[in-house]
Ligand binder design. Structure first.
Ligand code: AKG
Ligand code: FE2
Length: 299
């Protein structure tokens, strides 16, 4: 498929990204590194890790209290991210990871109600609730899913539709006016998909996914706390599907393949637009609550 050789991505990784829109970098950091970041999670939440009766919420999006540059924390993940994006110089800095865990604790009934992923699973979406989406949007250059706990089958793993990138590419290709995050009609898009997986793995595994990929949260039948983060990689410039020198990134190539063309000039006809989601407004309150709990625990 490609003659280009990469340092961090194997030929299989490249093939996997081009055909399924995702690749998993296993052991991108150690479990000790992960533990250092996640050990205070239950204090921050105000729950007893040993007593599920105290787990008031099924899934929690925590705010971020600490950040580190990806490049320092996991040079292997960073190397792979750069290779997918077409080089470090195309990535907006600072590119950081934080402890804004998405914790999936499940609920007692999930042991009975859990179902494998299908087009009928609830909650399919493309990430990016903070901008108007265009085919070439730079705000979400990659979706990354970082595993801060082991994630077992039926254990609250993110569901991923591995044939969704072409469906979303075709949907956005002629929409020069863009699409607001809540206007995609994800039910119609996911109905065109047929391949679904659970993004399982171990602490330290990192999934790198195409920004268009459709995915969903799931029930946690096991009730082993599942911790991930999903920070976007931002690009400095919009994606370019009409490069004079042909130096397309793997992300761009995946889109061109999906559309079945060698080049695809695209220009938005309305301005790019940032949106402030409600979750960001709420975050300041939650940060204050978590800091009070950490202080009360002497941390
Ligand atoms: O919790 C998950 O598994 C996925 C979360 C997600 O996709 C999101 O918050 O955008
Ligand atoms: Fe998401």
């Amino acid at each position: 498929m490609t003659a280009k050789k990469y340092e961090f991505l194997s030929d299989e990784d490249v093939e996997s990204f081009l055909t399924t829109g995702m690749v998993c970098i296993r052991n991108a950091f150690t479990s000790e590194q992960g533990e250092q970041w996640s050990r205070d999670t239950f204090v921050r939440l105000g729950y007893d890790p040993h007593d599920p009766e105290t787990w008031a919420q099924t899934r929690i999006h925590m705010p971020s209290l600490n950040h580190r540059p990806v490049k320092d924390f996991s040079p292997r993940a960073w190397g792979a991210i750069c290779e997918l994006c077409g080089g470090e110089d195309r990535i907006q800095q600072p590119a950081q990871w934080g402890d804004s865990f998405i914790v999936n604790l499940g609920a007692p009934e999930h042991a009975e109600t859990w179902q494998p992923p299908t087009a009928n699973s609830p909650g399919w979406h493309k990430d990016g609730d903070f901008f108007r989406h265009f085919l070439d949007s730079p705000e979400q250059g990659l979706l990354t899913i970082i595993l801060w706990s082991d994630v077992l089958p039926r254990g609250g793993a993110t569901f991923v539709a591995t044939d969704s990138v072409p469906v979303v590419a075709r949907f956005m290709a002629d929409k020069t006016e863009g699409t607001l995050p809540n206007s995609f009609g994800f039910k119609d898009l996911i109905a065109q998909c047929h391949q679904f997986v659970e993004a399982t793995g171990k602490t330290g595994d990192v999934y790198l996914m195409h920004p268009y990929i459709l995915h969903a949260s799931s029930e946690n039948a096991l009730r082993l706390p599942r911790l991930i983060t999903n920070p976007p990689i931002h690009l400095k410039e919009p994606m370019n599907f009409d490069r004079a020198d042909g130096d397309y990134s793997l992300i761009e190539k995946t889109v061109l393949n999906a559309l079945g063309v060698d080049r695809f000039p695209f220009a938005p006809t309305v301005p790019r637009e940032r949106i402030i989601p409600e979750r960001v407004r709420r975050q300041q309150e939650v940060i204050a609550q978590e800091k009070a709990r950490l202080a009360a625990a002497g941390i």
